[in-house]
Ligand binder design. Structure first.
Ligand code: UD1
Length: 367
């Protein structure tokens, strides 16, 4: 028995293919889905389970939102409680990504001597002001099996002294989901349903504390969106955190009224993928979207000072803009003028990463 931890929106597309690959392999391992409840809304959680065909969680910890300490602490205590009474006890706890629940479940497991496997190990932004960077460092420090998605991951783990035998390059499970879902996503016709012409709008997602938490920065970011929206329509599904900050800063009505800026509720996986796939470019501070745009061949401008996913810059379609919004606008003009790098395929981002995850789990924990 394997515990597979689901928790927050970016994790659902990472666990779906692992579950599918485990069932298809006939390997005899079975998975218990543990949803921590870090994300709990219909739009942030339930719709992803339905769209991605993930069965109901076997265990729901129901932790909800809170400050970092409170949220992490609740997951740690609740998952420990589950492990103490779980029958059977898992042979391994599999955690994915870098959210608070990833780190908390890894800590609870390892303290009870349940080994931890980390999918998407080794990514480093080298920016400890990002909560996710702390989560990555702690999770990798306690995990036994480090399943890596991009070349930098291997390099970072080696530099941190992790033995080669614990590191396996499996590729990118999120791309498995993208490739499986792209036909259905395109069939939805999301752009025209939203009144957008294919290839001639921008798609925006922003939710990082560094872009949305400080009102002064939020004004800069909103001004950037207004400037971009004066050049082409901008589709912006607003994350709950971002919406709350816009409202608190008194900026929601300005954003709603901006010409060309189209605000949406959080979207389902397929609708988001369909809109991204046909966008002229994407502007984001998400981690996963830097990877998805690379595979889709869509230019991506990342509004952050760094990335933990450098292969998307060196080989893909991503550019790390930094915080300078005028630099972002200069790139927008380059893209609209047809001058932007095309990107190339990346090893292991091939739709079969989850099969390699399962093979690595079976090899170590199969009996
Ligand atoms: C978290 C992850 C981040 C990931 C992001 C994707 C951490 C440290 N951060 O950030 O890596 O990119 O999820 O969404 O784990 N809320 C709702 N409904 C929900 C969930 C949250 O309304 O279902 C609201 C709550 O007001 C909450 C806020 O969104 O306070 C932020 O949610 P939280 O999970 O704490 O962090 P994210 O910013 O979503």
């Amino acid at each position: 028995m394997i515990d597979l931890v689901a928790a927050a929106r970016p994790n659902f597309m990472k666990i779906a293919p692992v579950l599918r690959a485990m069932e298809a392999s006939g390997c005899g391992l079975s998975a218990r889905i543990v949803h921590t409840g870090q994300h709990y809304d219909e739009g942030m959680s339930d719709v992803f389970f339905r769209d991605l065909g993930i069965r109901e969680p076997d265990v729901h910890l129901g932790v909800g939102s809170g400050t970092h300490g409170v949220q992490t602490g609740r997951v740690l205590a609740a998952y420990e409680g589950h492990l103490l009474s779980a029958s059977p006890r898992p042979a391994v706890t599999v955690v994915v990504g870098d959210v608070n629940s990833t780190m908390a479940c890894a800590l609870a497991a390892v303290k009870l001597e349940v080994p931890v496997a980390h999918v998407e190990a080794g990514l480093r932004s080298f920016d400890r002001s990002m909560p996710e960077e702390i989560n990555r460092l702690v999770t990798d420090a306690v995990a036994e099996l480090l399943l890596v998605s991009e070349p930098a991951g291997e390099e970072n783990l080696r530099k941190e002294g992790i033995a080669d035998g614990r590191i396996v390059y499996v590729g990118n499970v999120m791309i498995d989901t993208l490739m499986a879902e792209l036909p259905a996503a395109k069939a939805l016709g999301a752009p025209s349903a939203r009144g957008l012409d294919e290839g001639s709008y921008a798609y925006v997602t922003l939710h990082r504390p560094s872009n949305v938490d400080e009102p002064a920065r939020l004004v800069e970011v909103l001004s950037l969106l207004e400037a971009a929206a004066s050049r082409l329509p901008v589709a912006f599904p607003v994350h709950p955190r971002t919406r709350a900050r816009l409202e608190a800063a008194g900026l929601w009505s300005r954003a709603s009224r901006a010409a060309g800026l189209r605000l949406f509720e959080p979207l389902s996986y397929r609708e988001a993928l369909g809109l991204m796939a046909s966008a002229r470019f994407v502007l984001t501070d998400s981690g996963g979207i830097q990877e998805e745009t690379t595979v889709l061949g869509v230019p991506c401008l990342t509004l952050r000072p760094n990335t933990e996913r450098p292969v998307t810059v060196s080989q893909g379609t991503n550019t790390v803009i930094g915080e300078d919004t005028s630099r972002a606008l200069a790139f927008v003009e380059e893209i609209l003028a047809g001058r932007y790098k095309p990107g190339q395929p990346i090893a292991g981002w091939d739709g079969h990463a989850a099969e390699r995850v399962v093979a690595a789990l079976v090899e170590r924990y199969g009996s």
